[in-house]
Design a protein around this ligand. Structure first.
Ligand code: T46
Length: 136
């Protein structure tokens, strides 16, 4: 049986230049392990607020701190892992079936998310007990 995928940090190219740095990704470049169908970004998060608090049945995601820093807490059905994102050229890949929360947003932080599917509320599990039941 195929081993389920794990959350992990993926590094993207960084083009250094006297004018500043540039990072990019595109479908099929072999770095992000899904085709990107949607991007959204989270910003102006008040101090002390938490985002997320749900799992996705099918969605693959890649989260990047394009500015500032924040923490991502992920439960993959086996263990919790905690990640601090603070680099625009490194992001966190989260496979389907993981519960996630985002907290400790520094002022002016921006979380950009790349997603494998269009937005579909039916694809979310927002109740933690229901999520735990979905694992068995
Ligand atoms: C995730 C974390 C990291 C849309 O209409 N379209 C969209 O593409 C998205 C992402 C959200 N929305 C609507 C749905 C809600 O009415 O925006 C509102 C806020 O969404 P939500 O409460 O899900 O936001 P977060 O920050 O808790 O979660 C989001 C993503 O939904 C989720 O996939 O993993 O960011």
């Amino acid at each position: 049986m195929e081993k389920p995928d794990k959350p992990r940090i993926i590094e993207l190219p960084r083009i250094y230049d006297p004018r500043g740095s540039l990072t990019f990704t595109e479908n099929g470049d072999g770095r992000i392990p899904f085709d990107i169908q949607r991007a959204y970004w989270i910003y102006d998060v008040p101090a002390g607020e938490t985002r997320g608090g749900h799992s996705h049945k099918l969605l693959h995601q890649f989260l990047i701190a394009v500015n500032g820093s924040f923490n991502v807490n992920v439960y993959d059905g086996t263990e919790w892992t905690h990640w601090m994102l603070n680099m625009p050229c490194k992001g966190l890949y989260i496979p389907p079936g993981c519960w996630r929360t985002l907290d400790s947003f520094a002022s002016r932080s921006v979380c950009m998310a790349l997603a494998s599917l269009p937005y579909d509320e039916d694809e979310y599990i927002r109740d933690y007990d229901e999520y735990l039941r979905s694992l068995s």
